[in-house]
Design a binder for this molecule. Structure first.
Ligand SMILES: N[C@@H](CCC(=O)N[C@@H](CS)C(=O)NCC(=O)O)C(=O)O
Length: 245
């Protein structure tokens, strides 16, 4: 009873959803997938901007008067607090691979996606209508160019934004090939049950494959039948309502 009560106080804030995806932010989608994998009762709320988060990034949660930001820190907190863990079955070697996958996806490949969404001119109207699409129009018109300049700075600070377009494509291809290689002919990335490594890969690649943004990564992913099938498999398992939509 106390456990149920504690859980009902849990609120997760994520950026808006579009095109059948519950959110167009990979980090928010990963947290949502964690909630689904663990069946944690919570209230899921949409935020038009990440500014309400303690780190000015999405997602964030509130629980018992605490506000916590960063998907990985949130997930660690929820595992600890509620005694749930989608990775409980992994051994030390698999945990190491999971961490390496997370770093590849979130600290590198993510930035190629950010480049595609924010820097490619043809994607700008799609971005302002989706990622920024819940911000009231007059404010959005002022905020969008400021956000774009901010993201350009982040891309340069990371280093991805310093590369030529063809170099970014090569980097992305190397990462996607690596993911397909790790997956091989397995059903899930780390054996015969889903884990957070699957949620992490899904959350980014779903935000490339199931959305209308133009990206050279679409063809790269489509070129790996195992990876493409994995995305549909994860979606059918954890997001069946999207499949039947
Ligand atoms: N390490 C963070 C990254 C979160 C993140 O970068 N979120 C993006 C949305 S996908 C964001 O809020 N960006 C806003 C900004 O950087 O100004 C996490 O795992 O939650």
């Amino acid at each position: 009873m106390a456990r149920e009560l504690a859980m009902s106080e849990l609120k997760a804030y994520h950026l808006p959803g579009r095109w059948g995806l519950v959110t167009v932010s990979p980090f928010c989608l990963k947290l949502d997938a964690f909630m689904r994998m663990t069946n944690l009762p919570h209230e899921s709320l949409t935020a038009a901007t990440p500014f309400g988060g303690p780190k000015k990034k999405a997602p964030w949660i509130t629980h018992k008067g605490r506000k916590i930001g960063d998907s990985a820190i949130i997930i660690d907190y929820l595992k600890e607090t509620f005694g749930v863990d989608p990775d409980a079955h992994l051994d030390a070697s698999q945990r190491g691979i999971a961490r390496a996958i997370q770093r590849l996806v979130e600290e590198n490949l993510y930035w190629a996606m950010v480049y595609d969404r924010w820097q490619r001119p043809s994607n700008w109207p799609i971005l302002t209508g989706s990622v920024l699409g819940d911000i009231p129009l007059p404010i959005r018109m002022v905020l969008a160019p400021i956000a774009r300049r901010g993201v350009a700075k982040q891309l340069a600070g990371h280093g991805m934004g310093l590369h030529a377009e063809h170099e970014i494509e090569d980097i992305a291809r190397g990462d996607i090939d690596a993911l397909a290689g790790i997956l091989g002919d397995q059903e899930w990335f780390l054996g015969n049950q889903p884990s957070m490594a699957d949620a992490t890969v899904y959350s980014l690649l779903a935000n490339i494959i199931y959305v209308p943004f133009a990206s050279p990564m679409n063809a790269m992913i489509e070129g790996h039948r195992n990876l493409r099938a994995f995305l549909d498999r994860f979606r059918a398992r954890f997001y069946p309502e999207e499949v039947s939509d």
